[in-house]
Design a protein around this ligand. Structure first.
Ligand code: URA
Length: 346
């Protein structure tokens, strides 16, 4: 039994709601919110049925989950049966997620050491070979792979896991990597606005053939708190706060000229990057808009903490994380997250 205790964390205030973006392909078939609810179940849903959460818990707005005695989280390799997940994961207060398994494993060991947590780092064993969860005290560290589709699968199952385990006031950090526009390698970027590759602050998804958009809402209080902690305790991390653009591709989608295909010139790439900089974008990665949209919809406090692995004004190549020094730089977001968590651990 772990003896790690967690102080109460301010709970999430803004709630992300469904909004249908005014997209030309939607024409006149956009249902109103109340009608969307009705299509889920072919009769009106009661107030109680539309929400299965309180102000502190994860907001799962799927009435179909209510009746499930057994549920599979197939990409996590976890099964919910009765209250087994509450017993195993009930004390979780923080989730750290990032692209790679190795980095998340290192993050878990870093948390254990930096926070002086009792007990071993536990790998939640799964034969699925998709996502690997490391559990240490009240913290889960789990990889999400590259890009939005992989991330949204992970988030769906993590939200269900947290809800089934009856976890409350959870904070989730994306401990990621990014390209910057003019910030040196190793600096930290805290996202205070997340936009898609058309610079819209939304996450767009096609559901039943319709384009549905969620606001990529940011928890500005959390960003400010992280910035204050970082500036006072990790001043060499050169922390910036600004707009992050998430793209659907690493190569052409981020204007690189190093992919298998390239239909633009390096001069066009440079002009594009400078135009992005002019509109306030300081970092480019592949997840921020979906991460903030889904976390706010689930009513979970969330922050993107990215470390710069390439300054795109200097070139297209990224730091190679097989190099030990680079691996240490890639752990900087985890160090900052651990400083935050420390404030809420007794
Ligand atoms: N991740 C990205 O998506 N782009 C970069 O340049 C670095 C990390």
């Amino acid at each position: 039994m772990s003896t790690n205790k967690v102080r109460s964390i301010p709970s999430y205030l803004p709630v992300g709601g469904y909004k249908v973006w005014n997209h030309p392909s939607n024409d006149l078939i956009i249902p109103k919110r109340t009608e969307i609810k009705r299509t889920i179940k072919d009769e009106p849903l009661t107030e109680e049925e539309t929400s299965i959460s309180n102000d502190h818990s994860v907001n799962l707005s799927n009435p179909y989950l209510r009746s499930l005695e057994v549920d599979r989280l197939p990409h996590l390799g976890i099964i919910k049966e009765g209250n087994n997940l509450e017993r195993k994961f009930g004390g979780i207060k923080f989730v750290c997620t990032g692209e790679s398994v190795k980095r998340m494993e290192r993050a878990a060991y870093l948390m254990k050491k930096q926070l002086n947590l009792d007990g071993p780092v536990e790998l939640i064993d799964s034969d699925r070979d998709r996502f690997s969860i490391y559990k240490i005290g009240p913290i889960l560290c789990v990889n999400h792979g590259i890009g939005v589709p992989s991330l949204t699968v992970l988030l769906n199952e993590i939200f269900k896991l947290l809800a089934y385990a009856k976890c409350e006031d959870v904070v989730i950090f994306r401990l990621g990597t990014c390209g910057s526009i003019g910030k040196p390698i190793g600096s930290i970027i805290l996202t205070n606005k997340a936009v898609d590759d058309r610079q819209r602050p939304i996450f767009e998804q096609v559901v039943l053939g319709r384009v549905v958009a969620l606001d990529a809402k940011i928890d500005h209080e959390l960003v400010q708190e992280l910035k204050m902690i970082g500036d006072s305790e990790l001043s060499d991390y050169n922390i910036s706060v600004g707009t992050t653009m998430a793209t659907n591709d690493f190569y052409e989608g981020q204007g690189r000229i190093t992919g298998a295909f390239c239909e633009h010139t390096s001069a066009e790439r440079n002009r594009h990057l400078l135009a992005l900089k002019k509109s306030g974008i300081i970092s480019i990665e592949m997840e921020a808009n979906a991460f903030h949209a889904l976390c706010s919809k689930a009513r979970i406090r969330a922050a993107t903490i990215d470390v710069v692995t390439s300054d795109r004004l200097q070139g297209d190549m990224i730091n190679d994380d097989t190099d030990n020094k680079c691996a240490m730089v890639e752990l900087r977001p985890a160090v900052l997250a651990a400083k935050y968590i420390q404030k809420y651990l007794h």
